[in-house]
Ligand binder design. Structure first.
Ligand code: 5GP
Ligand code: MG
Length: 195
């Protein structure tokens, strides 16, 4: 796998497919136990596109009734930095009023995206808002977002302050299909993208 990663332009692998599967199963058990205790319905909201693999792996392991939906949030960024002004560009289909919402993200970095989504879901009348992120980069946080109604923060791994790709996460819309997470080789940063 190491040479495959090198061929894909990956400098180093941070988490292998097996490590990801183990950790996602643990997070899913914790989430399932919490959802099982709720009296009102739960809606799991994935943030497209980066969270699609984590969302799919997670909900398959949460063996309690729940609704699944997607939102798209874009911040017009430049390469590996986001602009810090995200907005919802594709909204939910499911009505979240009076329901417990779990936002599923690929990475919480500055916190801008999650903060924007929390405000959005609150306006729609969500009963509680939790955030379940595959990766967390606490060193880069600039927005101290507040969870709502006793919502919880779940995370897969703490991520070092490097730009990572794979397991749903892209650079210039590529690398999302890698089954592992790695840091790109510096020479791969030649094109521009958003997140
Ligand atoms: P925020 O700064 O708003 O917390 O994060 C915004 C979004 O930027 C994340 O949801 C993710 O899509 C993207 N992002 C942040 N760090 C990285 C990274 O290391 N790699 C990739 N591919 N995307 C990232
Ligand atoms: Mg994202």
């Amino acid at each position: 796998m190491v040479s495959e990663a090198a061929n894909a332009g990956i400098d180093r692998v941070l988490w292998t497919e097996a490590e990801i599967a183990t950790r996602v199963a643990d997070v899913a058990s914790e989430l399932a136990a919490d959802i099982r205790r709720l009296a009102e319905p739960a809606v799991v909201v994935g943030v497209a596109t980066g969270a699609f693999l984590f969302l799919a792996d997670l909900v398959r392991r949460v063996d309690v009734p729940l609704a699944v939906d997607l939102v798209r949030v874009e911040s017009y960024g430049d390469g590996t930095e986001s602009s810090g002004r995200p907005r919802v560009t594709a909204d939910l289909k499911v009505d979240v009023a009076g329901k417990h919402v779990v936002v599923v993200e690929d990475i919480v970095d500055t916190g801008n995206t999650v903060s924007c989504l929390i405000a959005h879901l609150q306006k729609k009348g969500a009963l509680s808002i939790s955030v379940c992120t595959f990766l967390d980069k606490p060193a880069r946080r600039t927005v101290d977002f507040q969870l709502v109604g006793g919502g919880k923060f779940y995370r897969g791994f703490e991520c070092p302050d490097s730009f990572v790709v794979g397991y749903g996460m892209d650079y210039a819309e590529l690398y999302r299909n890698l089954p592992y997470v790695g840091v790109l080789k510096p020479e791969m940063y030649s094109k521009k993208t958003d997140n």
